[in-house]
Design a protein around this ligand. Structure first.
Ligand code: 13P
Ligand code: 13P
Ligand code: MG
Ligand code: MG
Length: 365
């Protein structure tokens, strides 16, 4: 059976600033999706990471299905109505357009989709991150799919060892989708040269070179490019199929122990380490740190098992302690140097205005 996984994520309002959605809006989103009785979807899951709600839909309508996207859009609209009733902060924040126009891409929510013929057993991972940008997945994906230091399967498994093809998007190109395909191991250095720039080049998908099957799908939305101005970070969502010709689940998870420094954090304008957290975790310290959660599912005949929370394990408690230290270390230098993002990536216009005024007062001696 050809199945499509559609994962859509949006911030439609949160309690106490940008911390976490209310139970009432989560429930309204769940009720709206749960009320769908027309056989449009085969199964679904709804959760939250930080202030973003993620909707996972399993169906057989293919990618970009208008009916499926409309269902998610309607659920976010229904949740936004409750957010407004409750006076939540940023009610409807990521729904940038008033009307649905066939597909949620370009309307604000983050989307990751993947279609495939179900394997006999179909393990996959749903990643959702808050207070960061889509390029935050670049390094973990590179290490999990192209580096034998993190993925011993590249050495041990003849199929995984055939390598992978990465499709990378230039997200600063707003006139259309500017993409490139690069295959590892041969083009690993070219790939690294692009992926070092998380704000510009983002992994969109990864395919196995052993069987051509799609392993990963990541969102490439940049809200800034949609709205033309700051409306929140692009808090990204990602789907990864694991095992057999793909990396093992543990190989995909392993690079998240680094807590690599990403863009986001307070006001979407700082640098902070990406902390792997349990699903349903809010944010706190300095509107952060940037967080990522991962739910593991198995899929069979279009039905999901209950999720296993991949970062809910004593090992990750130790990782989180280390990453908290890293967050503390970079925060200690406040606005200085790499702690705050460079001008082009600052999500607020205030500093540009300030610099404009100061420019008038500069004089050459
Ligand atoms: P099991 O023997 O527990 O199935 O594990 C196989 C494996 O390769 C884990 O990475
Ligand atoms: P969100 O994009 O998660 O809403 O965060 C915005 C922000 O400015 C946090 O400080
Ligand atoms: Mg928010
Ligand atoms: Mg958010």
């Amino acid at each position: 059976m050809e199945i499509t996984l559609t994962a859509i994520k949006a911030d439609i309002g949160s309690i106490g600033g940008h911390l976490a959605p209310s139970k009432a809006i989560l429930n309204r989103v769940k009720e709206t999706i749960g009320a769908e009785k027309s056989n449009l979807i085969l199964d679904h899951f709804i959760g939250h990471t930080g202030d973003d709600i993620a909707i996972l839909l399993v169906h057989d309508r293919g990618e970009g299905s208008e009916a499926v996207h409309r269902l998610a859009w309607d659920a976010f609209q229904a949740g936004t109505a409750v957010a407004k009733e409750q006076g939540l902060y940023g009610a409807g924040q990521d729904l940038l357009k008033d009307a649905f126009s066939g597909n949620v891409r370009g309307l604000g929510p983050a989307v990751a989709e993947m279609s495939f013929t179900e394997r006999e057993n179909e393990p996959f991972l749903l990643f959702t991150a808050d207070k960061t940008e889509p390029g935050a997945y670049n390094l973990p994906l590179y290490l999990a799919f192209a580096d034998p230091m993190y993925n011993p399967g590249l050495l041990l498994s003849p199929t995984v060892g055939k390598g992978f093809t990465f499709t990378v998007m230039d997200v600063s190109h707003t006139e259309g989708d500017r993409v490139i395909e690069l295959s590892t191991p041969e083009e690993a250095y070219d790939l690294a040269a692009l992926l070092r720039d998380n704000g510009r080049f983002v992994v969109e998908s990864i395919h196995s070179r052993a069987d051509g099957e799609q392993a990963a799908s990541c969102c490439t939305t940049r809200l800034r490019n949609i709205a033309g101005k700051y409306v929140g970070k692009d808090d990204p969502i990602m789907l990864v199929r694991t095992q057999k010709t793909f990396p093992a689940t543990g190989e995909v998870l392993a690079p998240f122990e680094i807590g690599h420094l990403v863009a986001g954090f307070m006001r979407g304008s700082h640098t902070g380490p990406l902390m792997p957290v349990k699903e349903g975790t809010g944010v706190s310290f300095f509107d952060g740190p940037p967080i990522v959660s991962c739910l593991a599912f198995s899929l069979h005949n279009g039905k999901l098992t209950e999720p296993v929370d991949a970062f809910d394990h004593p090992y990750w408690d130790w990782v989180r302690d280390n990453i908290a230290r890293k967050a503390h270390d970079i925060r200690a230098q406040g606005f200085s140097g790499p702690a705050m993002l460079p001008y082009a990536d600052l999500e607020y216009g205030g500093i540009t205005e300030r610099m404009g005024k100061l420019a008038e007062r500069f004089h050459c001696r």
